[in-house]
Design a protein around this ligand. Structure first.
Ligand code: ADP
Length: 164
């Protein structure tokens, strides 16, 4: 029997991390020996929060969790995956609308590196409507996003809307 540890890599922009992302992380930790949350720089998406801040949000909301590491990557995910031996990509599927994009990405990653597998996890129904984009929109319009993002993110979302 193989003794190699099962490692999951959960890549994303996490701009900012939401309780939906955390739900996927918890589920992944039940299935894998280790989880690496890999924050993509993604300058093309013009993230609202810096890479350092996005990583800090995840670190703060997973304090005390075992077998989790927060990392970042700048270039191709398939290149990052080469640095994680035996790593499997984990992505979240909220609704059918995610499927097309995720399938495309998964197949593209497989084309770039046939040795990489992608698995999809579904979140709790409570979070299946949540997205970072929606959170930022609601916070910007002074809506209450408590309970939808980790506590450490809240003050920064409020700050975001100052001076709008
Ligand atoms: P990306 O820009 O890579 O799509 P995101 O941070 O938006 O990064 O999402 C990372 C992954 O988490 C994606 O697979 C996305 O579908 C998934 N995801 C985002 N929000 C949720 C949620 N509320 N529940 C489950 N999965 C989610």
């Amino acid at each position: 029997m193989s003794t190699q540890k099962k490692i999951a890599v959960y890549p994303g922009t996490f701009d900012p991390v939401t309780n939906g992302h955390l739900d996927i992380m918890k589920r992944s930790l039940k299935m894998f020996d280790k989880l690496i949350v890999a924050v993509a720089h993604n300058p093309d998406k013009k993230p609202a929060f810096s890479i350092e801040r996005r990583m800090e949000f995840i670190q703060k909301s997973t304090v005390g969790w075992e077998n989790i590491k927060v990392d970042h990557f700048e270039n191709l995910l398939t290149d990052y995956m080469k640095t994680v031996e035996g790593g499997v990509i984990v992505r979240g599927l909220r609704a059918v609308t995610d499927y097309e994009y995720e399938l495309q990405m998964g197949l593209m990653n497989r084309t770039l590196d046939p040795s990489i597998e992608t698995i999809f996890m579904i979140p709790s129904l409570d979070y299946s409507f949540l997205s970072s984009r929606l959170i930022k929109e609601i916070a910007h319009l002074r809506g209450d996003v408590k309970g939808l993002v980790p506590e450490s993110v809240l003050p920064f979302l409020q700050k975001e809307r100052v001076g709008d």
